[in-house]
Design a protein around this ligand. Structure first.
Ligand SMILES: [Zn+2]
Length: 484
């Protein structure tokens, strides 16, 4: 059984084609060419804007000239994460899909159903001659995952419709009507290299195989941040150390699932360090016994490196990351269970003589987001950061419960499945808020088939939910066309 055998066939065939085209965020030329080719093959008018968003347009079916125009939208880029054991080359290799019971996953890489499946549904709809409706557009945006670049730069002429269906949500039966804004904080600390003291013994600390996950939607699920753990160990172990290397976390929108450090300690502290390390490991096993089942925390003796980092800077950075907030800061008072504000202390890297620390803060409430951003900046300022940057700031999307589109969507779902869909807002960035800036008249909803563990190599897509999501899309287009 391969994805090509799955139903609905049109959707899965297009999804299969998309998985064959490399499309890691930031390197999208191949998928853009594929999309243009898709439009040409299907005789669709298309437009590529200056940032590389690709829109395809289908005129109204005869008799539906006055029906509302609908934009079906997904993002063309995918998060490129793989397991340490994988040799996958995201710039050249197709994603290897595996059908497993009711799920499709990839072989030790992200699957890219976020948002390849959204795109597949949009392209399936715009090429389906059986759907009779008003003007339809399929819009594929660039670099959603690395700062909503495509949506941030969208112009009104790329949004030719009254309603927008954003196909980048991940729970079957849920219609999303609001989202959180976000902001990436970057802090740089200049360090000096010194010859590594010869009288120390050196250890490499490795944290691996933590769950990781999405820094917004998974932030309240109790997963460990390897970045927080490694700074916690170094700050609390009660043994002085010199730092030769630290490399923790990766993408700002993923909870850190690996961390590595090389430290030197005095030979007489060896026993104390071993006890502290093992005690810490036992504490972590206890604290995370529900959510982290297979992590590895290892420490091994290594040869002395040539250089270490100057002690003052190393301690300032490690202490600051340990002290800075991470995780849920506040819950919504309006929607039960919704995280309102959070931050992900994503990574510590060493580049060109600098430590680079990244954090990603989110909130549905702009002022709350900025409070947290300022709070992290305050910690880093106390620690003497040489440079503070704010990048990719975007605002949230305010729910509109009186939306005509939302009413049609709820009615369509109820008609098909006999139950009301859940209507909610999410704690993650969606592009809708940015579309509203370009086209304030548009009404929007976001939905999509169930995906789990997105942004991690465990990402998987629920096969029956794809059928449901497709049927819902067709029904909703029909209801919109009927102008009810
Ligand atoms: Zn996505």
């Amino acid at each position: 059984m391969t994805v090509k055998d799955l139903k609905p066939a049109r959707v899965w065939q297009i999804f299969d084609e998309i998985t064959q085209v490399p499309r890691p965020s930031g390197r999208l030329a191949k998928i853009q060419a594929w999309l243009v080719d898709f439009a040409k093959k299907n005789n669709l008018e298309y437009k590529v804007d200056e940032v590389g968003n690709v829109a395809m347009f289908r005129p109204a079916a005869p008799g539906f000239e006055n029906a509302k125009g609908v934009v079906l939208q997904g993002h063309m880029d995918m998060v490129a994460e793989k397991a340490a054991s994988s040799n996958h080359d995201f710039d050249n290799d197709p994603i290897e899909t595996i059908v497993e019971g009711e799920w499709v996953r990839a072989n030790n890489t992200t699957l890219g159903a976020d948002d390849g499946m959204g795109l597949a549904i949009a392209l399936a709809a715009i090429t389906d001659p059986d759907i009779k409706c008003g003007p339809m557009e399929a819009l594929a945006t660039v670099d959603e995952e690395t700062g909503l670049t495509g949506a941030s730069n969208i112009k009104a002429d790329m949004l030719r419709g009254d309603y927008l269906l954003n196909l980048d949500s991940e729970d079957d039966g849920v219609i999303t009507v609001g989202c959180a804004g976000g902001l990436v904080s970057i802090f740089k600390f200049d360090y000096k290299e010194e010859d590594a003291p010869k009288d120390l013994i050196y250890f490499q600390i490795n944290f691996a195989k933590f769950h990781g996950g999405h820094s917004g939607t998974d932030i309240n699920k109790g997963f460990a941040s390897a970045t927080k753990l490694i700074t916690r160990l170094l700050c609390t172990m009660g043994v002085d150390y010199r730092l030769a290397k630290i490399d923790s976390g990766n993408l700002h929108n993923a909870i850190a699932f690996t961390a590595e450090a090389i430290i030197g300690i005095k030979p007489e502290d060896k026993e104390k360090f071993a006890v502290a390390f093992n005690t810490f490991k036992a504490e972590v096993e206890n604290e995370y016994h529900v959510t982290e089942k297979c992590f590895e925390m290892e420490c091994k003796s290594v040869d002395a490196p040539a250089k270490v980092v100057d002690d003052c800077t190393a301690k300032r950075v490690i202490t600051a990351v340990f002290a800075a907030p991470h995780g849920v800061a506040s819950m919504s008072m309006e929607i039960e269970g919704l995280v309102e504000t959070s931050t992900n202390l994503a990574s510590i890297k060493m580049r060109d003589g600098q430590f680079v620390v990244e954090a990603f803060s989110r909130s549905a409430v702009e002022s709350r987001k900025m409070e947290l951003v300022e709070q992290i900046e305050a910690v880093m300022r106390l620690a003497g950061a040489n440079e503070t940057l704010r990048e990719g700031s975007y605002q949230g999307w305010e729910p509109r419960m009186d939306s005509a589109l939302l009413h049609l969507a709820v009615a369509s779902w109820e008609k098909l499945y006999g139950v009301k869909p859940v209507v909610e807002a999410i704690h993650a960035g969606l592009e809708c808020g940015l579309f509203l800036q370009a086209a304030p008249h548009m009404e929007m909803i976001s939905y999509g088939p169930t995906l789990q563990d997105v942004h991690s190599p465990a990402e998987r897509c629920h096969i029956p939910a794809v059928q449901k999501g497709w049927d819902f899309t067709v029904e909703l287009l029909k209801e919109i066309a009927a102008g009810k």
